[in-house]
Every structure is written in structure tokens, then in C-alpha cells.
Design a protein. Structure first.
Length: 80
């Protein structure tokens, strides 16, 4: 798992790097928020947190559902 990064609603963006396949859809939808690391896995840019609508699009587009939100201490994936 990646380190959580806070979004505009006070949630934390989390990427499950174990299942991320590097499809780049998150990078295409929110290039100020996501990049691929040296392993080809998605990574959050801490200074580029997207608005809620964009974040919903990113979560919904991930083919492996590797991107989710953490509320408090309980990680959860957003259902599509």
C-alpha cells in the first residue's frame, strides 16, 4: 500500500501497489495528482489533490480498483 495523501474532503487517497497494473488512467484523468513510479505503479503527488468529482472518476476508472480512500483508520475502496 502507498502512504495515504489527504484529499479536499479530508479523506486520504490510497493506492494498493500490490494490484496496480500501471494502466495510466489515473495519470491521464488527474496528471497533477498521479504519476507512475520507477516500477510503473501509480503514485500520488501530495501537492496535487483533485476535486471530489475528479477523484470519483479516477477511482471508477482504475481497472484493478487499486485506488481508494481511507476514512480514519479504515481503508475502503469506492464501489463503481
Amino acid at each position: 500500500m502507498s502512504e495515504p495523501v489527504a484529499d479536499s474532503a479530508g479523506h486520504c487517497i490510497l493506492i494498493d501497489t500490490e494490484i496496480c497494473v500501471g494502466s495510466t488512467l489515473c495519470v491521464q484523468l488527474a496528471p497533477d495528482t498521479f504519476v507512475l513510479d520507477a516500477r510503473g505503479k501509480s503514485q500520488v503527488i501530495p501537492t496535487g489533490v483533485p476535486d471530489d468529482e475528479t477523484m470519483d472518476d479516477v477511482i471508477g476508472s482504475c481497472p484493478t480498483q487499486a485506488i481508494g480512500l481511507v476514512e480514519g483508520a479504515n481503508p475502503r475502496r469506492i464501489e463503481h
